[in-house]
Design a protein around this ligand. Structure first.
Ligand code: ACK
Length: 326
């Protein structure tokens, strides 16, 4: 059931392929809230396999939601149904549409979003890049980091190495390659929308803005606007294509290599950013970022959308850096 403004109730058509019995779902603590929904931890009995209780993440609408927010959650649910399964995408497990609020049940990623994960692990970062001696690797830029990096050599799971960073980048490119194959445009690719599961597996999430790509998608109204991740054609003409996702992926690479830095760190406001991009300027090479990685970012930020690499190119290019990283 979904409630419309003015107290009307609307019964969603039940999808027998995905409907999950509400009684078998237990909601737990609050994980956080996104642009329009809230997400809770939960357990679902038999959602993956009969007799097995799985930990899940459950998205629902906030109490005071607009009709547009409801449409976004329904759209996210439908997109996830269509997308099918991929290891680098948060998979839909089921939904509750009957006899209560709409609940969208997804895989749970235990380490939260990639941006916060990287920020929280800055003190555990190992300075080893393919062409640098770890013993005298320079500190990451303090204007971006605000911290004194510590070299930590504790066990595998507690540390994040350069290879891990490249693995995250590679996995996101793989997930995006899959999205392309399914003909979807994500439209909100950013480290905050990538989740970290166990064993350093990362998964693209937040399909609330994702749309089926019929050549290009022109958004009618602004809504929430992740300006610093947007390609020029999106900022100036509201055109979203897989090429604008590639631009955002370049920003995501920048976020990864700066361990969760905020893009355009010294850009005070949107109008300055528009001016900056109009002049053809781009972010500079971050400290500790190998040149070959920076060149990939720069390719993602080529003005002409068609001139940017494809996600398959990126899988190959990042894969090459990953294969030589220690
Ligand atoms: O950034 P976070 O820690 O990770 O806070 C947001 C919040 O819920 C609203 O989106 C978290 N979240 C969303 N989906 C999942 C999921 N499948 N697994 C774990 N956390 C999730 C997200």
């Amino acid at each position: 059931t979904v409630s419309l403004k003015g107290g009307q109730e609307y019964e969603l058509p039940t999808d027998p392929n995905w409907e999950f019995c509400r009684e078998k779902l237990q909601l737990g603590s609050y994980l956080g809230e996104g642009a329009f929904g809230e997400v809770k931890l939960g357990t679902a009995d038999g959602i993956v396999e009969k007799g097995i209780v799985s930990t899940v993440a459950v998205k629902s609408l906030k109490k005071q939601h607009t009709d547009a927010e409801m449409a976004d959650l329904i759209s996210e649910m439908e997109t996830m149904k269509e997308l099918g399964k991929h290891v680098n995408i948060i998979n839909l497990l089921g939904c509750c549409t009957k006899g209560g609020d709409l609940l969208v049940i997804m895989e749970f990623a235990e380490n939260g979003n990639l941006r916060d994960y990287l920020r929280n692990n800055r003190h555990h970062f190992l300075y080893e890049t393919p062409n640098k001696n770890p013993n005298n690797a320079p500190a990451l830029g303090h204007e971006i980091l605000d911290i004194d990096p510590v070299i930590n050599t504790s066990s595998e799971d507690d540390v994040v190495s350069f290879k891990d960073l490249m693995s995250f980048a590679y996995q996101v490119a793989r997930g995006m390659e899959y999205l392309v194959q399914k003909k979807y445009v994500h439209r909100d690719l950013a480290a905050r929308n990538v989740l970290v599961s166990s064993h350093k597996i990362v998964k693209i999430a937040d399909f609330g803005m994702t749309r089926f790509a019929n050549d290009y998608y022109r958004k009618k109204s602004d809504g929430r606007v992740p300006v610093k991740w947007m390609a020029p054609e999106t900022l100036f003409y509201r055109i979203y294509t897989i090429h604008s996702d590639v631009w955002s992926y370049g920003i995501l690479l920048w976020e990864i290599v700066t361990l969760g830095g905020t893009p355009y760190p010294s850009m005070p406001d949107v109008s300055k950013l528009l001016e900056f991009l109009k002049e053809g300027r781009r972010m500079t090479q971050p400290p500790n970022c190998p040149t070959e990685l920076y060149l990939i970012m720069r390719d993602c930020w080529i003005e002409e959308p068609e001139g940017r690499p494809t996600f398959s190119d990126l899988v190959e290019d990042i894969g090459r850096i990953l294969s030589i990283a220690s």
